[in-house]
Design a protein around this ligand. Structure first.
Ligand code: WTA
Length: 690
């Protein structure tokens, strides 16, 4: 029996103009009319109207703008045109004719210039020594990083025969070698896919198989909260299910126990590197601008994860533009984004963006509260972090730990804060602004997604300062025509909920040859079918635009879950549940969570011969944890006799969600596809009493 109290859902007040249930940010109403400015802003302050004007001229001729940004980078061969149609619908080539290399942009041009001996990377391991100082800190200047990347690229090329067009997979924790590996692959034009080190063997195997990766780089293990996870064991399991990987390079990280190394397949990274002289050089390959740099798999609503392709030229231009406009990066800055390289933020704003800009960047291996809740603030104090890119979930966790952990550390170096990954509720924004940034730093919430490659909607302190509003994403960046539309693709009125779309093309968008690896039809269908007559890119998010034109993204409009900012597909999670011997069917929905934004809960129909019990509930949760990922573990499992389905067999997810949240059916009834209002109501009532 389900009831509001058993599910412990908070009542969420909603702004009257918004449709119930989906547009509040964790139950906090959106302060559309609040405007926060700082006293020191006067010289760079721009009024909203002026930005709107300059933005509309930027989208009338975005090519000129992107070309100007491209000219600021180093190309190995100039482009013929800014953009051209690719060979599949909705796939574009950016800067065709041009040749470029991101490893050269991130390393060689700095090594040849004045940043040669500047610190590029400060890496801190998770363990603390007896004196409370980090047990391991490794620093690399641009020269040193360049040298390591050259040596590893040399190995890949000469010992492993990897060349442009080959594919490799990376399954690594946040160690400096991860950055070296990605930059070396980029140097050779080897298209890589990074698989988050918290994902299971199944997830790793399916990505390797889809991409046809020949080589895997992994580690013996990883450190997490003082414990060690045996990564190689998981990788070995994945390799049993793959056909293409013939060689494995293993970074020695934990050394905690005997690692199974298969002869003539597995090699230790450090053993190999010892054989490569420091003088080893590999010239960066001149890569066609549209050559695929990487494929990153992300969750959709149906089917297996989608491999989004990002190219070299357009992607580099978007990273360069957004690093400058959004992060305002100066040579004197110390930049820190704690994202993992397994997610797109770790690609764009850890591995590539900051290094392309010649920044000094911090990478920290561990969790934010290990061994104490002030670990992040220690890191900020230790290295004098000035530009900080965090997440709403991390912020809410730290709010719960309390201000004292923050206040006891010097944050005088901080000058700019942004967040990413999920909507930020106004009170979390205020905490970042008031407590962390001491009301000195602009605080923003940058909206973008794996597909967009880089930031699309954001405050732009590097360009100009607009009044801040707690929880908003701000305006679309120059050259990006983002809007909020109704079902028919018509712009909605201010304050009304609608779908977020991008109306034009942008560099960094899913790239040639197919947008989605191996599946151009699915790419076109997934993103362009919804508003086919208009040609808009459908992002899958709900959003609202206020009177000033600020956008407030409120959450997903589809069935993608955002757990602690991590994107999880309902289909993958349901598949993981039904692979358990007792489960015959499963439906997963997200419910609001005060820390993680949302968490999955599962409704499970059991197979004949299995009876509901708390043990089974626990078993299913553990099953997901070990066979899919810890971040996807359902917070609750409910056993039901049947799932509400439409005549064609589609789960009526909104019904499940309404029941889970203890909400009345209300507007849900008219929203389910393919089902009559009567059927939906009946399904709702029967699920409620199961
Ligand atoms: C959500 C992460 C509100 C959104 C970079 C999007 C956000 C999805 C924000 C993409 C933000 C990301 N405010 N929502 N600042 N940033 N999102 O692919 O739902 O992991 O569609 O990329 O995260 O998630 P992804």
């Amino acid at each position: 029996m389900l009831s509001r109290s058993t599910l412990n859902i908070r009542a969420c007040p909603r702004p009257a103009s918004l449709m119930a249930g989906e547009t509040e940010i964790l139950g906090e109403s959106l302060p559309f009319d609040e405007r926060i400015e700082l006293p020191g802003w006067s010289s760079r302050k721009v009024d909203v109207e002026a930005y709107r004007r300059s933005h509309s001229s930027s989208i009338k001729d975005s090519s000129t703008q992107w070309e100007r940004m491209a000219q600021e980078l180093q190309w190995m061969r100039p482009w013929n045109e800014v953009t051209a149609k690719g060979s599949h619908p909705h796939v574009f080539k950016w800067f065709p004719g041009g040749a470029i290399n991101l490893s050269q942009l991130a390393l060689d041009r700095h090594v040849e210039g004045t940043r040669r001996n500047k610190v590029a990377l400060i890496w801190e391991g998770e363990a603390l020594g007896a004196d409370g100082a980090p047990a391991e800190v490794r620093k690399f200047t641009y020269y040193e990083l360049w040298r390591e990347v050259n040596r590893f690229a040399f190995l890949l090329k000469n010992n492993f025969g990897m060349k442009k067009g080959d594919r490799m997979a990376v399954y690594l924790p946040m160690v400096p070698e991860a950055i070296v590996v990605l930059l070396a692959a980029a140097r050779l034009g080897v298209t890589f896919t990074v698989v988050f080190s918290g994902f299971s063997a199944e997830a790793l195997a399916s990505r390797i198989n889809d991409l046809g990766a020949k080589l895997l780089v992994t580690a013996d293990g990883l450190n997490r909260r003082g414990k060690q996870v045996d990564l190689k064991e998981i990788a070995d399991k994945a390799l049993e299910e793959t056909r293409t990987v013939t060689q494995v390079i293993v970074v020695r990280r934990t050394g905690s126990k005997e690692t199974n190394m298969k002869a003539a397949r597995d090699y230790w990274f450090d053993d190999l590197m010892r054989g490569v002289p420091t003088s080893a050089r590999v010239e960066p390959e001149p890569l066609e601008s549209e050559h695929p740099l990487y494929v990153l798999y992300t969750s959709g609503t149906t089917g297996k994860p989608k491999g989004m392709i990002h190219d070299n030229g357009g992607y580099a231009v978007l990273l360069h533009a957004t690093m400058r406009w959004v992060f305002d990066l100066k040579d004197s800055d110390v930049y820190w984004c704690p994202a993992d390289i397994g997610w797109v933020t770790g690609h764009s704003y850890v591995a590539f963006g900051p290094l392309i800009e010649g920044a000094t960047m911090v990478v920290y291996e561990g969790t934010l509260d290990f061994p104490q809740p002030d670990r992040w603030w220690q890191v900020i104090e230790r290295y004098g972090v000035s530009v900080f890119y965090t997440t709403p979930t991390a912020t809410r966790m730290q709010m719960r730990f309390g201000e004292d952990f923050v206040r006891k550390h010097d944050r005088g170096s901080l000058r700019l804060i942004h967040s990413v990954g999920e909507p930020i509720n106004p009170s979390a924004w205020r905490w970042l602004f008031e407590v962390v940034g001491e009301k000195r730093c602009p605080v923003g919430s940058t909206w973008w997604m794996t597909e967009t490659g880089g930031i699309m909607i954001s405050h732009l302190p590097g360009l100009m300062l607009l009044p801040m509003k707690p929880g908003t994403n701000g305006m679309p960046i120059p050259g990006v025509d983002a809007d909020i539309v109704d079902e028919k693709g018509e712009p909605v009125k201010h304050g009304e909920k609608g779908f977020l779309v991008i109306k034009n093309q942008w560099p960094g968008m899913p790239g040639a040859p197919t947008g989605m690896w191996g599946d151009p039809e699915r790419y076109a269908k997934q993103y362009y079918e919804r508003f086919a007559s208009k040609g808009y890119f459908f992002c899958g998010d709900y959003a609202v635009k206020d009177r000033d034109g600020y956008i407030w993204v409120a959450g997903r409009a589809d069935e993608v879950l955002k757990v602690a900012g991590h994107r999880i597909g309902t289909f993958e999670l349901e598949s993981s549940i039904v692979s358990h011997k007792a489960a015959s069917e499963a439906a997963v929905v997200a419910i609001p969570d005060p820390i993680k934004g949302e968490v999955p809960i599962a409704f499970v129909v059991l197979k004949q011969g299995f009876a509901p019990s708390d043990d089974l509930r626990r078993e299913i949760r553990t099953w997901v944890r070990t066979n899919f990922s810890a971040i996807a573990e359902p917070s609750q499992v409910y056993f039901v006799n049947k799932l509400p389905k439409t005549r064609s067999g589609k789960i009526m997810r909104r019904v499940v969600k309404a029941v889970a949240e203890g909400r009345p059916l209300g507007d849900v009834a008219t929203l389910e596809d393919e089902a009559s209002v009567g059927e939906v109501k009946q399904a709702y009532e029967s699920l409620k009493v199961t």
